[in-house]
Design a protein. Structure first.
Length: 213
Protein backbone atom coordinates (compact mmCIF):
# COMPACT_ATOMS: atom_id res chain seq x y z
CA UNK A 1 0.00 0.00 0.00
CA UNK A 2 1.27 3.49 -0.86
CA UNK A 3 2.51 5.87 1.82
CA UNK A 4 3.50 8.70 -0.53
CA UNK A 5 1.33 10.69 -2.93
CA UNK A 6 1.51 10.25 -6.67
CA UNK A 7 1.23 13.39 -8.85
CA UNK A 8 -2.47 12.54 -9.25
CA UNK A 9 -3.21 12.05 -5.56
CA UNK A 10 -1.38 15.07 -4.12
CA UNK A 11 -3.88 17.27 -2.24
CA UNK A 12 -3.62 20.79 -3.67
CA UNK A 13 -6.06 22.96 -1.64
CA UNK A 14 -4.98 23.12 2.04
CA UNK A 15 -2.23 20.57 1.39
CA UNK A 16 -1.49 20.24 5.12
CA UNK A 17 -4.77 18.34 5.36
CA UNK A 18 -3.45 15.71 2.93
CA UNK A 19 -2.66 12.33 4.47
CA UNK A 20 -0.79 9.64 2.56
CA UNK A 21 -0.08 7.29 5.40
CA UNK A 22 -1.39 3.88 4.30
CA UNK A 23 -2.81 2.82 7.71
CA UNK A 24 -4.67 6.15 7.98
CA UNK A 25 -6.20 5.65 4.53
CA UNK A 26 -7.12 2.06 5.42
CA UNK A 27 -8.78 3.22 8.65
CA UNK A 28 -11.03 5.65 6.76
CA UNK A 29 -12.04 2.95 4.27
CA UNK A 30 -12.73 0.54 7.13
CA UNK A 31 -14.89 2.96 9.10
CA UNK A 32 -16.92 4.13 6.07
CA UNK A 33 -19.94 1.90 5.54
CA UNK A 34 -20.12 2.66 1.83
CA UNK A 35 -18.13 4.39 -0.88
CA UNK A 36 -18.77 5.99 -4.26
CA UNK A 37 -17.22 4.54 -7.41
CA UNK A 38 -16.58 6.88 -10.33
CA UNK A 39 -16.01 5.63 -13.87
CA UNK A 40 -16.72 6.73 -17.44
CA UNK A 41 -18.76 4.71 -19.95
CA UNK A 42 -19.10 6.01 -23.51
CA UNK A 43 -17.98 9.48 -22.40
CA UNK A 44 -20.53 9.69 -19.58
CA UNK A 45 -19.15 9.81 -16.01
CA UNK A 46 -21.09 7.82 -13.38
CA UNK A 47 -20.56 7.93 -9.62
CA UNK A 48 -22.34 4.98 -8.02
CA UNK A 49 -22.73 4.35 -4.30
CA UNK A 50 -21.74 0.88 -3.22
CA UNK A 51 -20.53 -1.25 -0.31
CA UNK A 52 -16.87 -2.15 -0.10
CA UNK A 53 -14.47 -4.15 2.02
CA UNK A 54 -10.71 -3.97 2.50
CA UNK A 55 -8.14 -6.66 3.06
CA UNK A 56 -4.53 -5.51 3.29
CA UNK A 57 -3.87 -3.34 0.28
CA UNK A 58 -6.87 -4.57 -1.68
CA UNK A 59 -10.28 -2.98 -1.88
CA UNK A 60 -13.19 -5.23 -2.82
CA UNK A 61 -16.51 -4.31 -4.47
CA UNK A 62 -19.34 -6.70 -5.23
CA UNK A 63 -22.76 -6.86 -6.80
CA UNK A 64 -24.95 -8.54 -9.35
CA UNK A 65 -23.02 -10.04 -12.26
CA UNK A 66 -25.48 -8.06 -14.42
CA UNK A 67 -24.57 -4.70 -12.88
CA UNK A 68 -23.34 -2.16 -15.39
CA UNK A 69 -20.86 -0.81 -12.86
CA UNK A 70 -19.26 -4.19 -12.28
CA UNK A 71 -19.32 -5.19 -15.93
CA UNK A 72 -17.79 -1.87 -16.98
CA UNK A 73 -15.10 -1.91 -14.31
CA UNK A 74 -14.13 -5.50 -14.99
CA UNK A 75 -13.29 -4.38 -18.53
CA UNK A 76 -10.25 -2.65 -17.05
CA UNK A 77 -11.34 0.99 -17.26
CA UNK A 78 -9.92 3.60 -14.83
CA UNK A 79 -11.89 4.04 -11.62
CA UNK A 80 -11.95 6.44 -8.70
CA UNK A 81 -13.32 5.27 -5.34
CA UNK A 82 -14.09 7.75 -2.58
CA UNK A 83 -15.19 7.24 1.01
CA UNK A 84 -16.24 10.08 3.31
CA UNK A 85 -16.74 10.27 7.08
CA UNK A 86 -18.37 13.43 8.41
CA UNK A 87 -17.24 14.05 11.97
CA UNK A 88 -18.77 17.42 12.70
CA UNK A 89 -20.28 20.68 11.49
CA UNK A 90 -17.84 23.53 11.95
CA UNK A 91 -19.84 26.67 12.73
CA UNK A 92 -17.79 29.79 12.29
CA UNK A 93 -18.75 33.39 13.02
CA UNK A 94 -18.68 34.22 9.32
CA UNK A 95 -20.63 32.27 6.70
CA UNK A 96 -17.42 32.08 4.68
CA UNK A 97 -15.46 30.10 7.27
CA UNK A 98 -18.12 27.46 7.96
CA UNK A 99 -16.75 24.00 7.26
CA UNK A 100 -17.02 20.35 8.25
CA UNK A 101 -14.68 18.12 10.15
CA UNK A 102 -14.18 15.09 7.95
CA UNK A 103 -11.95 12.23 6.96
CA UNK A 104 -12.10 11.20 3.32
CA UNK A 105 -10.16 8.86 1.09
CA UNK A 106 -9.73 8.77 -2.67
CA UNK A 107 -8.37 5.69 -4.43
CA UNK A 108 -7.36 5.71 -8.10
CA UNK A 109 -6.75 2.62 -10.15
CA UNK A 110 -8.15 -0.18 -12.22
CA UNK A 111 -10.31 -2.92 -10.79
CA UNK A 112 -10.02 -6.53 -11.87
CA UNK A 113 -12.53 -9.35 -11.67
CA UNK A 114 -11.78 -11.76 -8.82
CA UNK A 115 -12.02 -15.17 -10.48
CA UNK A 116 -10.19 -17.39 -8.02
CA UNK A 117 -13.01 -19.08 -6.04
CA UNK A 118 -11.14 -18.92 -2.73
CA UNK A 119 -10.32 -15.23 -3.10
CA UNK A 120 -13.91 -14.53 -4.21
CA UNK A 121 -15.36 -16.20 -1.10
CA UNK A 122 -12.79 -14.44 1.09
CA UNK A 123 -13.66 -11.08 -0.50
CA UNK A 124 -17.34 -11.65 0.24
CA UNK A 125 -16.43 -12.50 3.83
CA UNK A 126 -14.41 -9.29 4.04
CA UNK A 127 -17.34 -7.24 2.71
CA UNK A 128 -19.82 -8.80 5.16
CA UNK A 129 -17.40 -8.39 8.07
CA UNK A 130 -16.75 -4.79 7.01
CA UNK A 131 -20.43 -3.95 7.41
CA UNK A 132 -21.07 -6.05 10.50
CA UNK A 133 -18.05 -7.54 12.29
CA UNK A 134 -18.80 -11.12 13.38
CA UNK A 135 -21.73 -11.56 11.00
CA UNK A 136 -20.01 -14.00 8.61
CA UNK A 137 -19.86 -16.63 11.35
CA UNK A 138 -23.61 -16.29 12.00
CA UNK A 139 -25.09 -16.51 8.50
CA UNK A 140 -25.41 -19.05 5.70
CA UNK A 141 -22.53 -18.68 3.28
CA UNK A 142 -23.03 -18.18 -0.49
CA UNK A 143 -23.93 -21.22 -2.57
CA UNK A 144 -22.23 -21.93 -5.95
CA UNK A 145 -25.35 -20.56 -7.68
CA UNK A 146 -25.22 -17.36 -5.62
CA UNK A 147 -21.51 -17.03 -6.33
CA UNK A 148 -22.21 -17.29 -10.07
CA UNK A 149 -24.78 -14.50 -9.80
CA UNK A 150 -22.32 -12.28 -7.93
CA UNK A 151 -19.32 -10.46 -9.33
CA UNK A 152 -16.45 -9.38 -7.10
CA UNK A 153 -13.86 -6.82 -8.13
CA UNK A 154 -10.51 -6.18 -6.47
CA UNK A 155 -8.60 -2.91 -6.66
CA UNK A 156 -5.16 -2.02 -5.36
CA UNK A 157 -4.78 0.74 -2.78
CA UNK A 158 -1.40 1.62 -4.25
CA UNK A 159 -2.49 5.08 -5.46
CA UNK A 160 -4.55 6.65 -2.71
CA UNK A 161 -4.82 9.75 -0.57
CA UNK A 162 -6.78 10.97 2.40
CA UNK A 163 -7.77 14.43 3.50
CA UNK A 164 -8.65 15.21 7.10
CA UNK A 165 -10.03 18.30 8.81
CA UNK A 166 -10.24 18.48 12.58
CA UNK A 167 -10.66 21.22 15.14
CA UNK A 168 -12.58 24.43 15.72
CA UNK A 169 -13.64 27.09 13.22
CA UNK A 170 -10.92 29.39 11.95
CA UNK A 171 -12.44 32.86 11.83
CA UNK A 172 -10.81 36.09 10.77
CA UNK A 173 -9.50 38.19 13.69
CA UNK A 174 -11.97 41.03 12.99
CA UNK A 175 -14.93 38.62 13.36
CA UNK A 176 -13.97 37.16 16.74
CA UNK A 177 -16.37 39.47 18.64
CA UNK A 178 -19.29 38.85 16.26
CA UNK A 179 -22.42 38.00 18.30
CA UNK A 180 -23.30 34.42 17.35
CA UNK A 181 -22.51 30.91 18.52
CA UNK A 182 -19.33 29.39 17.13
CA UNK A 183 -17.90 25.93 17.58
CA UNK A 184 -18.29 22.35 16.37
CA UNK A 185 -21.41 20.15 16.33
CA UNK A 186 -19.96 16.61 16.44
CA UNK A 187 -21.68 14.08 14.19
CA UNK A 188 -21.47 10.33 13.88
CA UNK A 189 -23.51 7.32 12.83
CA UNK A 190 -25.41 5.62 15.61
CA UNK A 191 -27.74 2.63 15.40
CA UNK A 192 -31.39 2.86 16.36
CA UNK A 193 -33.26 0.12 18.21
CA UNK A 194 -33.08 -3.15 16.22
CA UNK A 195 -36.32 -4.15 14.41
CA UNK A 196 -36.53 -7.96 14.27
CA UNK A 197 -37.84 -9.47 11.06
CA UNK A 198 -41.42 -10.67 11.53
CA UNK A 199 -40.32 -14.30 11.00
CA UNK A 200 -37.15 -14.02 13.11
CA UNK A 201 -36.85 -17.01 15.42
CA UNK A 202 -36.77 -16.12 19.10
CA UNK A 203 -33.61 -16.51 21.14
CA UNK A 204 -31.15 -14.60 18.97
CA UNK A 205 -29.57 -11.30 19.89
CA UNK A 206 -29.26 -8.67 17.13
CA UNK A 207 -25.73 -7.86 16.04
CA UNK A 208 -24.18 -4.82 17.67
CA UNK A 209 -23.42 -1.87 15.44
CA UNK A 210 -19.66 -1.44 15.63
CA UNK A 211 -17.30 0.64 13.54
CA UNK A 212 -13.51 0.48 13.75
CA UNK A 213 -12.09 3.76 15.07
C1 LIG B 1 -25.40 2.59 0.42
C2 LIG B 1 -25.54 1.80 -0.85
C3 LIG B 1 -24.85 0.62 -0.98
C4 LIG B 1 -24.94 -0.13 -2.15
N1 LIG B 1 -24.20 -1.25 -2.27
C5 LIG B 1 -24.18 -1.94 -3.44
C6 LIG B 1 -23.32 -3.07 -3.62
O1 LIG B 1 -22.56 -3.46 -2.74
N2 LIG B 1 -23.34 -3.69 -4.82
C7 LIG B 1 -24.17 -3.26 -5.84
O2 LIG B 1 -24.15 -3.86 -6.91
N3 LIG B 1 -24.99 -2.22 -5.69
C8 LIG B 1 -25.01 -1.54 -4.52
N4 LIG B 1 -25.82 -0.45 -4.36
C9 LIG B 1 -26.70 -0.10 -5.45
C10 LIG B 1 -25.90 0.65 -6.52
O3 LIG B 1 -25.79 2.02 -6.15
C11 LIG B 1 -26.56 0.56 -7.90
O4 LIG B 1 -27.89 1.00 -7.82
C12 LIG B 1 -26.52 -0.85 -8.40
O5 LIG B 1 -25.19 -1.27 -8.55
C13 LIG B 1 -27.32 -0.97 -9.69
O6 LIG B 1 -26.45 -1.01 -10.75
P1 LIG B 1 -27.03 -1.09 -12.22
O7 LIG B 1 -25.94 -1.60 -13.07
O8 LIG B 1 -28.33 -1.74 -12.27
O9 LIG B 1 -27.32 0.40 -12.45
P2 LIG B 1 -26.88 1.24 -13.66
O10 LIG B 1 -27.32 0.56 -14.91
O11 LIG B 1 -25.44 1.60 -13.52
O12 LIG B 1 -27.74 2.51 -13.39
C14 LIG B 1 -28.59 3.09 -14.36
C15 LIG B 1 -28.95 4.44 -13.85
O13 LIG B 1 -29.74 4.29 -12.69
C16 LIG B 1 -29.46 5.32 -11.79
N5 LIG B 1 -28.97 4.72 -10.53
C17 LIG B 1 -28.33 3.55 -10.37
N6 LIG B 1 -28.02 3.36 -9.07
C18 LIG B 1 -28.49 4.43 -8.43
C19 LIG B 1 -28.48 4.82 -7.07
N7 LIG B 1 -27.89 4.06 -6.12
N8 LIG B 1 -29.06 5.98 -6.75
C20 LIG B 1 -29.64 6.75 -7.69
N9 LIG B 1 -29.67 6.44 -8.97
C21 LIG B 1 -29.11 5.30 -9.35
C22 LIG B 1 -28.43 6.20 -12.43
O14 LIG B 1 -29.06 7.24 -13.12
C23 LIG B 1 -27.76 5.28 -13.40
O15 LIG B 1 -27.21 5.97 -14.49
C24 LIG B 1 -25.76 0.33 -3.21
C25 LIG B 1 -26.44 1.52 -3.08
C26 LIG B 1 -26.32 2.26 -1.94
C27 LIG B 1 -27.03 3.59 -1.84
Amino acid sequence: MASAPSPRTTVKRLPKRGVYDAPAIAAILDEALACHVGFVVEGQPYVIPTIHGRSGDRLYLHGSAASRMLRALSGGIPACVTATLIDGLVMARSAFHHSMNYRSAVVLGTATLVEDPDEKMEALRVIVEHVSPGRWAEVRWPTPKELLATSVLGMSLEEASAKVRTGPPIDDAEDMDFACWAGVLPLGITAGAPIPDAACRPGFNPPEFRRPR
